[in-house]
Design a protein around this ligand. Structure first.
Ligand SMILES: Cc1cc2nc3c(=O)[nH]c(=O)nc-3n(C[C@H](O)[C@H](O)[C@H](O)COP(=O)(O)OP(=O)(O)OC[C@H]3O[C@@H](n4cnc5c(N)ncnc54)[C@H](O)[C@@H]3O)c2cc1C
Length: 571
């Protein structure tokens, strides 16, 4: 076919193609553009410019139904997206995919929560950023689970420094080996009740450290460092609507504007990438095929290197759909591991309680974070558990609620309503999930979506290790609350399906051996050297930490490596 003549068409040829414009794709685009590569970002969703956040300045009473989405609308459009019953609201529903427009199938339930638009989930994320440590990178090898990571903390540490500096992560140094300290902006400090909790827990359980959540919100703004369209956080606590101040890290506020300024960036929204094209003569990928989401036109673009950042599941679907004589089961899938080892974190377990005794204290204003208690199980011999492998961390908050007792009316109500209610603590566990080969996603080639893409199907579940870990997570939460003098402690352990924690990972894992992994230690395909995967698909285990800052660090590292390979004439 006319590949050669098309390839000569300059308009279709770039130095680099990035698939996806979310957290990792935006980062890849920025790094490539600043290194001088003419870069095409292909994004299947619509264009969203920075500031185009329709509900960012609305008060709740200005939103229909007091911000709730009517039941009929949820049933029709968000039956999978809103399975947890809290996530889709009037203020953010424009960022959430409609299930009837973007269907997928499940052998086992999988809550695949996402939004297709420029910026991807960088507009919607919770912004928590925690480094991984060697406890995570060595875990598979020590436990003889799945395959060993091909990197250690030393390999990624300088890249954490690099991305955290640009991203702007507020946090408090604690000197913990399981979540190493980073390059931090000042923390959004604990409130008085959270501080009380921290001190009370530390007296009895010194290894359980309650620290301010480390988040990608600018507690301090430095225009020299925080380039793009950034500004200081106003603690409006409307982050997931999109921030007009650019106070939290998103593709719109941070990476894409910097990429754009270089003059090397082209973004093509509404471009559904269907496959990466393999050229058997060169042994490399020649480019990608897209379908225009509106016109249905099919176009092939060409590039020297390709970065896959369509999110774990999106990238894996594209790779599985990229079939050729050389790769009948998906691009780079010699190992047969593509689509397998699907992981997420799991939650839905923890405790809530009342914290009495601080009636004479209060706090002022809002803050964009709560607290974090990093993992403290199985981090050394002393903390070893015999029941299960790995561990869990907690996210939580303590707040003083309103005082509106049931059944009180008139002047009696006026008397009580002006007094604040008690402090209540909520502490929610985030557990590690092991990489099981049996947990997988695959494509059903007999069923197609509206773009002609085979339907993604999930078959993954939590297993015995996760169940045991959950019970311990609840038990430890109660211990800490009791220690702090809490009353009315109520536990919960509502099993969530994989996907619900929105940290999907693992389906094109990194490894040392091409026989058992898809990517090498540079996020480069073992079998197709000009294709890099730097979203969550690359992860060899899941850790307990929110993963996106690790994707960013791996992305910057992989672009640096690709650039060196190109400069040396290897790629
Ligand atoms: C409510 C919520 C809270 C979260 N909280 C945190 C947190 O506190 N900390 C944390 O680390 N993570 C958090 N996450 C997860 C975080 O958002 C993801 O880990 C992160 O966005 C993944 O980055 P990505 O680049 O891989 O994918 P995304 O940001 O999802 O971007 C992928 C992009 O690729 C596009 N795409 C997909 N398929 C195609 C295709 N075929 N062709 C072209 N384009 C395509 C998509 O439209 C999308 O724009 C949260 C997520 C949500 C929704």
């Amino acid at each position: 076919m006319g590949n050669m003549s098309t390839q000569e068409n300059k308009e279709l040829t770039y130095d680099a193609i990035v698939i996806g414009s979310g957290i990792s794709g935006g980062y890849a685009a920025m790094e490539l553009c600043t290194k001088g590569y003419k870069t095409l970002v292909l994004e299947r969703g619509r264009m969203v410019e920075h500031g185009e956040y329709p509900t960012a300045n609305s008060d709740t009473w200005e939103l229909p139904n007091n911000n709730k989405v009517p039941y009929e609308e949820v049933e029709k459009h968000y039956s999978k997206q809103d399975r947890l019953n809290w996530w889709v609201n009037q203020d953010n529903k424009h960022w959430v995919n409609k299930d009837d427009e973007y269907p997928y199938d499940e052998v086992e339930r999988f809550d695949w929560i996402r939004g297709h638009h420029v910026g991807g989930r960088s507009l919607m994320w919770g912004r928590h950023c925690y480094r991984w440590s060697d406890i995570d990178f060595e875990a598979n090898a020590k436990d003889k689970v799945a395959v060993d990571w091909p990197i250690r903390y030393n390999d990624i540490e300088p890249w954490y420094n690099y991305v955290e500096t640009f991203v702007g992560v507020s946090g408090q140094k604690e000197g913990l080996k399981q979540v190493p300290d980073g390059v931090f902006l000042p923390p959004f400090a604990l409130n008085c009740a959270e501080q009380h909790l921290r001190e009370a827990i530390q007296k009895v359980y010194p290894e359980r450290v309650l620290t301010p959540g480390r988040i990608a919100n600018l507690s301090e703004y430095n225009p020299e460092i925080h380039k793009g369209k950034r500004g200081q956080c106003q603690s409006r606590n409307r982050c997931w609507r999109g921030c007009p101040y650019g106070a939290y890290f998103s593709s719109q506020s941070a990476t894409l504007p910097v990429a754009e300024e270089t003059g090397n960036l082209t973004i093509r929204p509404d471009s559904v990438v269907s496959e990466i094209v393999y050229d058997s003569k060169t042994g490399k990928a020649s480019g990608v095929k897209i379908k225009d989401a509106h016109s249905g036109e099919e176009i092939e673009y060409f590039a020297r290197i390709i970065f896959c950042n369509a999110s774990t599941i999106g990238t894996t679907a594209i790779l599985l759909n990229s079939r050729s004589e050389r790769f009948p089961n998906g691009l780079g899938n010699d190992s047969g591991e593509l689509g397998h080892n699907l992981m997420d974190h799991h939650y839905g377990m923890g405790a809530v309680a009342v914290l009495p005794g601080l009636e004479d204290t209060y706090y002022k204003g809002r803050k964009p974070n709560g607290f974090y208690i990093p993992r403290f199980r199985n981090i050394d011999e002393e903390t070893r558990q015999t029941e299960y492998l790995r561990g869990f961390g907690y996210q939580g908050q303590v707040g003083r609620g309103p005082n509106v007792p049931d059944g009180v009316m008139g002047t009696d109500l006026k008397d009580v309503i002006f007094k604040p209610g008690p402090y209540t603590v909520s502490i929610a566990c985030f557990g590690e999930m092991l990489p099981y080969h049996e947990n997988k996603m695959f494509l059903n080639f007999d069923k197609k979506d509206k773009n002609g893409m085979p339907l993604i199907t999930f078959d993954a579940k939590l297993r015995e290790n996760e169940m045991k870990l959950r019970e311990d997570g609840v038990k430890c939460a109660v211990e800490m609350l009791e220690t702090a003098g809490c009353t009315d402690i109520r536990t919960f352990n509502n099993l969530t399906a994989p996907g619900a924690c929105i940290h999907e990972m693992g389906t094109a894992r990194m490894g040392k051996d091409p026989k058992t992994s898809v990517l090498n230690k540079w996020n480069q395909m073992h079998a197709v050297p000009n294709v890099f995967v730097t979203d969550g698909a690359c992860m060899t285990s899941s850790g307990t930490q929110n993963p996106s800052i690790t994707y960013m660090a791996l992305t910057a590292r992989a672009v640096d490596y690709a650039h060196k390979q190109i400069t040396e004439g290897v790629l």
